[in-house]
Design a protein around this ligand. Sequence first.
Ligand SMILES: Nc1ncnc2c1ncn2[C@@H]1O[C@H](COP(=O)(O)OP(=O)(O)OP(=O)(O)O)[C@@H](O)[C@H]1O
Length: 625
Amino acid sequence: MTSASSRHLRAPRGERPQRLRDRLAGAAAGFAQAPGTFRLVWQADRAGALLLAGLTALAAVLPAGIAWVGKLIVDAVVAASRGAPGAGEGRVVGLVLLELGLMAAAMAAARLSSLERELLRARLGNLVNERILEKALALELRHFEDSLVYDKMQNARREASARPLSLVVQSFAVIQNTVTLAALSALLVRLSPWSVAVLVAASIPAFLAEARLAAETFRVNTWRAPEGRRLNYLEWILTRDSHVKEVKLFGLGPLVLSRYRALFGKFYEEDRALAVRRMGWGVLFGLLSLAAFYGCYALVAARAARAEITLGDLTLYLTVFRQGQTAVQNVLSAVTTMYEDALYMSELFAYLGIPTGGEAARALPPRAPPRGRPLALELDRVSFRYPGQEEWALRDVSLTLAPGEKLGLVGENGAGKSTLVKLLLRLYDPTEGSIRYGGVDLRDMDPADLRARVGAVFQDFVRYQFTAAENIGLGEPAHLDDLPRIEAAARRGGADGVIAALPLRWETVLGGWFEKGHELSAGQWQKLAVARAFMREEAEVLILDEPTASIDAEAEHELFERFRALAADRSAIVISHRFSTVRIADRIAVLREGRLEELGSHRELMEKGGRYAGLFRLQAEGYRE
Ligand SMILES: Nc1ncnc2c1ncn2[C@@H]1O[C@H](COP(=O)(O)OP(=O)(O)OP(=O)(O)O)[C@@H](O)[C@H]1O
């Protein structure tokens, strides 16, 4: 990640921007999101956006028209009652019908635009969510292991499906109400020019207060992202099937719930303080605009009493001033909401803009070693440190895996075994040194090409809540429907017995998340995961990261016999804590605190009498009576 973007990521956690200049810069940055948002809306639904714009224009001019007709009605009534020439009931009724027509048009426009907003909201929300998910696919493992990126994702997902539309609707509202206000002002200026100034001036303090509170609300929510995730995590502990046993056994319920309550209470207090301040300012500024209205009302009513203006003019004045006040408030509150929306959008765009492509091949075009048979895999003085960590997870590891060689990888917890696998799959790049496959640096290969050559079972393999056939077929999505291939992979992985016992065999939905799901034992799941790796028939390298942890001893023996036969023409790396398993490997690498401590065949290492020999004997003792 670039330093600029990581600064941006870290900013919300830090100190509050106090200075006015910072605030203004924040506001400008917020509003800068508008063009990007409009582009999103345009992509989501062009026709809908245009229709909404048209309806907005119509709704903008109608109020002034209605107010003017209202004045004409009153004047016509007064004239008719005085028996003025040309005045009569007909004209009055005609004008009333005209007002009815305008009101009906206004109502229809309002309904239609609310319908259009609903439809646009759905399409836009969907588009934004898709973008968020597409981005998640483009992110690399290092992003998922970085809590700051998680916070960004959380902030983006929180409201981003509602905010883009809001930004657009509010912008339209600003335009609509400004046009309405201009039309109403044109009517008002005739009667009393200074009341236009009063109308606008009385609303400005309320606007400033609102804008400030909006910025604060946004910041409170952004700061909360890490705590928000913690809150979700506590919820997750109490509601997930996988956690129930420990929660019950250890009696974790009250503890977790009390932490949940404490966090929630903290959120509530912050929200309450903000809401109370908002209310206080609201009352104060509401009173101010009320005083402005009644002040002007008294003056204009006095003029009507002195017959300086007509009764119709007074009616017009009342309607226009009130509507004008509403329009000013609408503009100001729309601007405030837009500001809030724009700040949220900046979070979304910051998330969508997280630089990826760190996995892209360095060489152009990417280099591709010949396919079809395993090639030598060389680690050349490889050292690796996780981003942001001081400690080395791997230090100066050099070893060469000959084509077709089977390597056993052992070492205590945290020795760096899984990290090595991550580097081999280019989920990370070495901090120092290099890894070559067939003489080509992994960084010069297309990562998709590299990964297509590898079949792997991870320590934390996935239990897909899909059918049994899909659970295996997903190992090679292009062959998801190829049942003979899936059956063959199941046989190799030792999962055929598991399938035979299922009520609907291949069609059985596995796991307990969905209706009619059939739960499996840990070992049965693991057999499926191994079978999934065997779907990749063209794999040149097989990696098994503790594939036997949940499998019983007999099944393990069987698996490894099969594995030896199947992997005959492939290279393989097997990580295991069971030394009885790794002893069948051609050579064994012993890792200790990230360093390669010993390397050799079982016989050689036993003869050497080092760490491996010691640990092997210790385990063997355990089996002896
Ligand atoms: N995502 C990560 N971020 C930071 N440090 C990590 C990360 N994953 C692992 N580590 C650290 O790197 C070191 C090596 O971990 P690794 O998972 O490779 O060990 P391992 O040999 O596979 O252990 P185990 O036998 O327990 O699976 C450990 O000290 C661990 O704390």
